[in-house]
Design a protein around this ligand. Structure first.
Ligand code: NAD
Length: 291
């Protein structure tokens, strides 16, 4: 066991630096009287967590100088109406990025809607074209959360090359693209999920352990190899016995930080990195669409 507590991987500080760099780039465009990058976040319904995420993304856009073209639709909006909105944004030259905030109300087919987004504006990297590029190792827009994890590892010079990376979670949003990005970075990758047997044994063989599950405290200290890097993607809202509510990850932070070498906090780890990657993807898409 390591004799010291783990070093924190400070996603909040890095995200802020990335945003400052983007703001500078955008200021230069503004000084040259160029069009500014634009992002449209579409939200349907009134899910309070989604509303908070959308507000957060729009605030971040405003901070760096990205123009917002977001739209909010009532819960009963039809599939055709959202499709029309996406088509209009696909055609709109002021818009470089389109993001549909998930989850959508049950009557909407989210896969069909995501497939409508022009792949060159798919800043969430969820379109089959961008997913396919990721599988093939070709350049393209990468999903924001897994891209944020890779950027944070890079910042702290944690090179996945040759390491055993275990990703727990196999969603399209996080787990699968995360595993592919680690593979691209030459890690040996294992994907674990809800049907995995002997999760503790697999997790504790990881040099880099990524938890993207959505179960508070599922990863305990005995599941972590001493000296491992632990990335906690999970965001769970829990309420304590006094009725106070707060956010925690999937990792038992206090116990695991006694074992790991590096660990991300929740909040302040991967959450802010996800927003920074969204802004960065929007600026990347802006430059590619102009070239
Ligand atoms: P999801 O529900 O789509 O997927 C969860 C995955 O966890 C599934 O693949 C499932 O197989 C696996 N799983 C569930 N129970 C398990 C168990 N007992 N053992 C092993 N595996 C198990 O969720 P998601 O969209 O991938 O999100 C995962 C978590 O990450 C959530 O807490 C979510 O809020 C969070 N998240 C955070 C960010 C961020 O910006 N930090 C972004 C997206 C998602």
């Amino acid at each position: 066991m390591s004799s010291q507590t783990a070093q924190l991987l400070d996603g909040k500080a890095l995200a802020q630096r990335i945003q400052e760099e983007l703001a500078q780039q955008i200021q230069t465009l503004q000084a040259q009287n160029q069009r500014l990058p634009g992002l449209a976040v579409l939200m349907v319904g009134d899910n309070p967590a989604s509303a908070a995420y959308v507000r957060n993304k729009e605030r971040a856009c405003q901070k760096v100088g990205i123009a917002s073209f977001g739209r909010q639709f009532p819960t009963e909006t039809t599939q055709a109406e959202v499709e029309q909105a996406i088509q209009a944004l696909n055609q709109d030259d002021r818009v470089d990025g389109i993001l549909v905030q998930l989850p959508l109300p049950d009557h909407l087919d989210s896969v069909a809607l995501l497939n409508q987004i022009d792949p060159s504006k798919d800043v969430d990297g969820l379109h089959p074209v961008n997913m396919g590029r990721l599988v093939r190792g070709e350049p393209g827009l990468r999903s924001c959360t897994p891209a944020g994890v890779m950027r944070l590892l890079q910042e702290y010079q944690i090179d996945p090359k040759g390491k055993h990376a275990v990703v727990i979670g196999r969603s399209i949003l996080v787990g699968k693209p995360q595993a592919l990005l680690l593979l691209e970075a030459d890690a040996t990758v294992t994907i674990a999920h809800s049907k995995t047997q002997n999760l503790a044994a697999i997790a504790s063989s990881a040099d880099i352990l990524i938890a993207a599950i959505g179960r508070p405290g599922l990863i305990t200290a005995d599941m972590v190899k001493p000296g491992a890097t632990v990335i906690d993607v999970g965001i769970n809202r829990i309420t304590d016995y006094e009725g106070k509510s707060y956010l925690v990850g999937d990792v038992e932070f206090e116990a695991v930080r006694q074992v790991a070498e590096f660990i991300t906090p929740v909040p302040g780890g991967i959450g802010p990195m996800t927003v920074a990657m969204l802004l960065s993807n929007t600026v990347q898409s802006y430059h590619q669409r102009r070239s």
